[in-house]
Ligand binder design. Structure first.
Ligand SMILES: [Zn+2]
Ligand SMILES: [Zn+2]
Length: 279
């Protein structure tokens, strides 16, 4: 199984010299296994992924190509790249889109909504790829060939879904937009138990979250800290932790990565282009 990061920023895309090391696009991760492509979220990072897919050999060799996108939720930083996802503009592609309801809005409705006039010049229904929308609930298991995708509900305004993808005896979990609580802790520890690679929301520092930095705190805003991520992953006995959904400049991310590595050495702060092979 191969994992590649195409967007690692949280909340809003950024640009400029202070964010160039980790990249400026919002959430998008690609998994390759068993000859299949699984995409986690369609933040602005999916634009470059779509262009890359169009240049791959299998696209030129095969008439029908299937892609699978799993959405954590439909806040803009997780869907706003979709209108720029090049494969959706070709009828040769079949795209399976999985996600749960968020405040009674399903994935199809959310993607259609962000493209209605006058917000965008092209409608979702005008994208030529065939799209299969599949509503899933927390706890549901999806099987795609030899790949198993498990889901778990996370603690976030309007809800968020975490995923664990298991393929060829390796596992990757995607826990993004989640606020750590004592109540949710055991559920997540059980879900993540012995996972090989865990991608985890580390949007805030403990000081920002608690308000000890003097800025009012961030409790109830739906995100966690790198300390939450480290403690949970230690308890779940995972192999490698990837911090993502960055909400700060590169220098501060570097500092957080160093602090996290002191508590959990096999930690990396995700950056655009980071590739990890498992197995
Ligand atoms: Zn987000
Ligand atoms: Zn969110």
């Amino acid at each position: 199984m191969k994992v590649k990061f195409w967007g690692v920023r949280g909340s809003v895309p950024v640009s400029g010299p202070k964010t160039v090391k980790y990249g400026g696009n919002t959430s998008c991760v690609e998994l390759n296994c068993d000859g299949k492509i699984i995409i986690l979220d369609s933040g602005t990072g999916i634009r470059a992924l779509g262009l890359d897919i169009m240049n791959r050999d299998f696209v030129k060799e095969s008439r029908k190509n299937a892609l699978n996108i799993f959405f954590s939720h439909v806040h803009w930083d997780h869907i706003q790249g979709f209108p720029f996802f090049r494969p959706a503009f070709y009828p040769e592609f079949e795209i399976n889109l999985y996600g749960s309801l968020h405040s009674d809005v399903d994935i199809e409705c959310a993607l259609r909504g962000q493209m209605i006039a006058p917000y965008f010049p092209i409608r979702l229904r005008d994208m030529p790829a065939s799209m299969n929308f599949k509503d899933i609930e927390s706890g549901e298991v999806v099987q795609i060939g030899n790949i198993v995708v498990k889901s778990v509900s996370l603690n976030h305004p309007d809800g968020s879904l975490g995923y664990k993808i298991i393929c060829e005896n390796k596992s990757v979990a995607y826990i993004i937009d989640h606020e750590h609580t004592e109540k949710s802790k055991q559920r997540l520890v059980d879900f993540l138990k012995s996972t090989n690679l865990v991608i985890f929301d580390a949007h805030y520092t403990p000081e920002e979250y608690s308000g000890s930095d003097g800025d009012g705190g961030r409790k109830g805003w739906g995100h966690g800290t790198w300390v939450d991520a480290v403690e949970l992953c230690r308890e779940a006995n995972i192999d490698q932790l990837i911090l993502t959904h960055h909400g700060r400049e590169d220098l501060d991310i570097e500092r957080i990565e160093l602090m996290a590595q002191k508590k959990f050495p096999n930690t990396v702060a995700a950056y655009e282009g980071l590739e990890i092979g498992l197995g």
